[in-house]
Structure formats: C-alpha cells, structure tokens
Design a protein around this ligand. Structure first.
Ligand code: SF4
Length: 327
C-alpha cells in the first residue's frame, strides 16, 4: 500500500478580482520533509499557504483539483472543520509573532488555551505541556515566561513562544511563513537550528515560505521556486543549487551569497524589473518581460519538463541549456 504525502496540493488557483495570485500550482510535503517555497515578494508564496490553511481574505476565490491532508481532501471543509485541523494536526507560524500572539493575554493562558480547545486537556496538564515545550524551544525559566505578556519578551523569544504554541497539539504539518525574516542573523540561525532539530525529533513535515535562499540551502530537502503565481522550478535542494534550469532560479541564485557558490568579493547579480501583476486568463511565461532568453514560444502554454529525478522546470528552453551557456 502506498502512503499518501502529508500534504498534497494539485492545480491550486487563487484570484483576487482581476489579479491571478496563484496560477495552478502543485506541491507535496512528505512526512519528515522540509519543502521550501521560495521567490520574491508578491510572487504568491504567502497566498499559497493561506489558501492551503483556508485563511484567505474575503473576496479571494480559491479553486483546486486537490488539497489533501493525508487521506482527507480538505477543499470543501467547513470553517468549523478547518479550525479543528488548524492548531491541532496542522499549525502555522508567521513572520511577525504578534499576528498569532494576543497582547492582552499571558503566554501561559494562550498556550494552554490551544490544548484545552482542541483536546479538552485539564488546565494543570496543559500548563505542564506548555512549560515542557518552552524548555524544548530553548526558553529558560519557563514558569516565569508563562506568566508574562508578549510585549515583555524580545522578538527572538516571541518567535520561540510561537513555535512552542504551534507544537502544543503535536501537529504533523507545520507551515512557516518567513519565520525568521524579522529577526537578527544570530537569532535567525538559532530558530532555524531549532526547527531542524524539532523536525528530526518529531517527524514533522514543514512547508517553509521564504525569500531567503541562504535559509533554503541550510534547511530544505526540496525547493519550489515561485514566480508570478506559478511554480517555475521544483527540485531536491542539491539539484536546484547544483543545476538550476529556469532563468528566474538562476537569477535568484546570482543575487544571494550561497556558501560555496559565491567567492568572497565577487559581485552579486540582480534581476531587473519587478514581479508583474498577472490577470486571469494570462497565457505563457510570467517572467518573459524580465527574461534575457525570452522568445515567441514563451507567449504560448509552457511545457513542464523533467530535468532529473524529482526535478521539474516550466520553461521553453531545452533541459541542459545551461551547460551550453556555460561552455
Ligand atoms: Fe525565459 Fe521563456 Fe523560459 Fe520564460 S519560458 S523563463 S521567458 S525562456
């Protein structure tokens, strides 16, 4: 019997009025895997995660062939069924912890509330669990922290609290949207190490949304590169960094200092232009106005090509064209 991925999304589309924010993306997260969704601001990464969690703003239209959490197709779940899943078997952490933490309640009351609401756990047991998780995410004196309000904590501590809160019900899937962007580099590295070790320990599947390829290189098993609402390249991390095929991926990689890839003092590249606003019904490549290799065929429906095991690219250029460019 084949086991289903923890999360499987097929042909997800999201429109906001005359803007197509997500245009038919498919992705999977396996148990114990970190799948990074990467791209510039405005490429549709966060909308994708909100669409999966059923948290899109009013006015957004979501369609998909499948959004499956394990064996459950959750596309038509009611708000009540979704909120039963969220915070329980699927949890989400955001860039800004104050989005999830209520400034008016102590850390302890917010953490225990999650467990009492989803599991009906008695208060004393919930407090024990909260203290245990605070310790696990590296917070000392958990008893003291449980009695504090979010504004009494530093940004790094709030982020740790949010991760601990997300883990209260032992989720199987964690969706993390830019969880380290607002933090300084040292705290960022600590939080990433923490996520990686929790994942190993708990077998969590993680969908990590980031614009930071340095983060991706450190933590991802698989990477999907998004551009203008579409996944333009998806590959195991080593393949994506070792043999990127899509011109946008190559552009992104040239913009960041990736350890071992960019020599000291070597200038970084940049991609001229901005992510366009795509209208519903748009055909062809959304990157064509910025792509140095654009050709007439790029205005037509694009082939999704296989560039290796688990490596797909959405582009008219033949697989391996990069070798010829490099030669
Ligand atoms: Fe460039 Fe065409 Fe490939 Fe788009 S499809 S990335 S425009 S070559």
């Amino acid at each position: 019997m084949t086991t289903r991925p923890l999360l499987e999304v097929s042909n997800l589309r999201v429109t906001f009025g005359s803007t197509a924010a997500v245009r038919g993306i498919s992705l999977k997260v396996e148990k114990g895997e970190t799948h990074c969704l990467v791209g510039e601001s405005g490429c549709g990464k966060s909308v994708t995660s909100l669409a999966i969690m059923g948290l899109l703003a009013k006015g957004a239209k979501r369609e998909a062939d499948l959004i499956a959490f394990g064996n459950e197709d959750i596309r038509n779940y009611s708000e009540r069924e979704l909120s039963r899943l969220r915070g329980d078997r699927m949890a989400m952490i955001f860039q800004e912890p104050m989005t999830s933490l209520n400034p008016a309640y102590t850390v302890g009351s917010q953490m225990t509330e999650v467990l009492r609401r989803h599991r009906g756990t008695p208060q004393a047991q919930a407090v024990d669990r909260a203290a245990e998780l605070l310790t696990r995410v590296g917070i000392t004196a958990p008893g003291l922290r449980l009695g504090q309000f979010p504004h009494q904590l530093s940004g790094g501590l709030r982020q740790r609290v949010m991760i601990a809160m997300a883990l209260m019900c032992d989720p199987e899937l964690l969706i993390a949207d830019e969880p380290t962007t607002a933090l300084d580099v040292t705290v960022q590295a600590q939080i990433l190490r923490l996520l990686a070790s929790l994942q190993k320990e708990l077998g969590l599947g993680i969908l990590l949304i980031t614009h930071d390829l340095g983060v991706v290189a450190r933590i991802a098993d698989r990477v999907s590169v998004m551009y203008a609402g579409d996944v333009v390249e998806s590959a195991p991390t080593a393949a994506l960094f070792g043999a990127p095929q899509h011109p946008y991926t190559r552009g992104l990689l040239s913009c960041v200092p990736v350890p071992g890839k960019v020599k000291r003092d070597e200038p970084l590249g940049s991609i001229p232009g901005v992510v366009p606003r795509i209208q519903p019904g748009f055909v062809g490549c959304g990157f064509r106005d910025r792509c140095p290799y654009a050709q007439e065929a790029c205005k037509l429906p694009l082939p999704r090509q296989t560039a290796g095991a688990g490596h797909e690219v959405l582009c008219t250029l033949p697989v391996g064209w990069t070798d010829r460019v490099a030669a």
